[in-house]
Design a protein around this ligand. Structure first.
Ligand SMILES: [Mg+2]
Length: 255
């Protein structure tokens, strides 16, 4: 590929995308872990609860699960409390069933550990519930300073609020960060928050879809990304230094 061609193809121009990054925000499912979530079954559950509450299902078609709950809840107005509680409980049950069959991706924990040791700030964000994440982790702690499941935020990705909460906890700005994920949602969310974005191919999204979504870089998995970043960490540039989860951080050198 010529240099000119690479410049026109941001998902292939690779290493320069990583320059100056000192914090990483990772998606969880499909990026660090895999579990057999049945999103169709979750949608059917939300439809069932919505129908019981008198919500017309037509307006819910084609939406993602959490957005279905939001849309139906908005339609019900002040009477939405029971609907939201029941629909969320039904979805959570499906998530937890799948999580019990879930596992971390090979090398994911080791990659995060190496990145932490090299001084990168690390957050993990997910539209999943925290309980499902904890089940997949089987008692292990993610080597990150911040974990923000949907239980912890007002709005989940692709709303940039989710990423901004992570940035705030890491005490970094969007220009410091890479958003890393396996789904177009992650790329959309990262771009909406003003970040560089990295697509990984360990979920159900292909390279071409990632490129079409505008990913700045596409790699095979987090191990490959970690290897690329660790190659670049020889020069000190104010990486984030704390190893304590949820407690942060030293300011950049000179900052
Ligand atoms: Mg994902």
């Amino acid at each position: 590929m010529t240099r000119r061609h690479a410049a026109r193809d941001p998902a292939r121009s690779g290493a320069s995308v990583l320059t100056g990054a000192r914090a990483l925000i990772f998606d969880f499912d499909g990026t660090l872990a895999l579990a057999p979530y049945d999103f169709q079954a979750m949608r059917r559950e939300v439809m069932r609860v919505a129908a019981r509450c008198g919500v017309d299902s037509v307006g819910l078609r084609g939406l993602r699960v959490l957005e279905m709950i939001e849309r139906a809840g908005a339609a019900l107005g002040p009477a939405s409390r029971d609907f939201r509680a029941d629909a969320t409980a039904a979805v959570r049950q499906k998530e937890i069933e799948a999580a019990s069959k879930g596992r971390l991706l090979p090398g994911a924990m080791a990659a995060l550990r190496k990145l932490r040791a090299a001084g990168y700030g690390i957050a993990v964000i997910t539209r999943n519930c925290e309980e499902a994440v904890r089940i997949i982790l089987k008692g292990r702690e993610l080597p990150c300073q911040v974990l923000l499941a949907r239980d912890h935020v007002r709005k989940v990705k692709p709303d940039p609020h989710h990423l901004r909460r992570a940035m705030s906890r890491l005490k970094v700005t969007a220009s410091d960060c890479l958003m890393v994920g396996d789904h177009v949602i992650d790329i959309e969310a990262g771009k909406a928050a003003g970040m560089r974005t990295v697509g990984v191919l360990t979920g159900s999204t292909g390279r071409r879809q990632m490129q079409e979504a505008g990913a700045h870089l596409v790699v095979r998995d987090v191990r490959e990304l970690a290897a690329m970043l660790l190659q670049r960490t020889q020069e000190p540039c104010g990486r984030i230094k704390s190893h304590r989860q949820n407690v942060i951080l030293n300011p950049p050198a000179g900052g």
